[in-house]
Unconditional design. Structure first.
Length: 301
């Protein structure tokens, strides 16, 4: 038994040494791992279009520009905030027009967070989303309703550009804080089905009225053309009749002048009748004569 115990002692010392060596190895490995993790935690990167807010045990101690930076591991934390232009979409903004027509407006708001205000943004609002909810969302709903309420339903459709411009101005002026409103765009205005049907019927009626007006104008022009053609034809007939009358009048005047000339000649030359008859006689005596009648054109002196 004594020999056995004496022989076991060296074996026990070897086991203890191995355990101590293993413990030291684990501790060293843990320290190396912690140093490695601490090294990783000492660096951070900020992308272009972002800014970082550096927090030390929860308190804001500064801001970080784009690039690689150093921080105290396990104590510092970097919160990234985008300073790029972003769009916030509002799909359903309920509103009423000045003539009490219900509508649902869809609009988008493009905004940017100033790079120099990221520390204030985090301190006051906690994040970009918190700023949007507290500064932009409420003002968009409020101002969109107010501006739309100044337009009649028909005017809102016909003067869409003016409605958009006034809505953008109202939202810009009402949003006060570390945010810049780049633009506001009204993308759609959805009225009730009944009102849209009434607008469609009104447009159809206006188209029909316009069509009737065009037809009436066309008929009026056609009537004017017909009158013009009739007047031209009447003028032509009148001109032709006047020409014929003038010709007849001239012919009558010429004939009357000839008759007067012949009468004057006969009056001044009584023998002209006999001369004319002699000129027209063909030299033949009548084959039949009435007893006691004189031979024509022959006188006995």
């Amino acid at each position: 038994m004594t020999k056995f115990l004496l022989g076991a002692a060296p074996g026990g010392d070897g086991t203890t040494g191995s355990r101590r060596l293993l413990g030291r190895t684990v501790v060293i490995a843990a320290l190396v791992f912690l140093l490695f993790v601490a090294g990783l935690k000492s660096f951070y990167t900020i992308d272009e279009g972002e800014r970082g807010v550096i927090l030390r045990t929860g308190a804001v101690v500064g801001t970080a520009e784009p690039g690689l930076g150093l921080k105290i591991p396990f104590l510092d934390r970097v919160v990234k905030i985008s300073v790029q232009s972003r769009a916030q979409i509002y799909d359903e903004v309920p509103a009423y027009s000045r003539d009490q027509q219900a509508a649902v407006i869809k609009l988008s708001v493009n905004y940017r967070l100033p790079a120099g205000e990221v520390e204030r943004i985090y301190a006051d609002y906690g994040s970009e989303q918190g700023l949007v909810e507290r500064l932009i969302d409420r003002r968009v709903f409020e101002q969109a309703k107010n501006v739309f309420g100044q337009f009649n339903a028909v005017t809102a459709i016909q003067e869409r550009v003016r409605l958009n411009a006034e809505t953008e101005t109202a939202i810009r002026e009402s949003v006060k804080g570390p945010v810049m409103i780049d633009s506001v765009q009204i993308e759609n205005i959805d009225f009730s089905d009944a009102y849209e049907q009434s607008i469609e019927n009104r447009m159809l009626a206006e188209v029909e009225v316009q069509k009737l007006r065009q037809n009436a104008e066309r008929e009026k022009v056609q009537a004017e053309i017909t009158v013009t053609q009739a007047n031209a034809q009447a003028d032509a007939v009148r001109a032709q009749a006047e020409a014929q009358a003038a010709a007849t009048r001239l012919a009558g005047d010429a004939e009357a002048d000839a008759i007067r000339a012949k009468g004057a000649a006969l009056r001044d030359n009584p023998s002209l009748i006999e001369l004319t008859a002699a000129e027209r006689w063909d030299g033949q005596l009548p084959t039949t004569m009435i007893p006691g009648a004189a031979v024509p054109f022959l006188g006995v002196k």
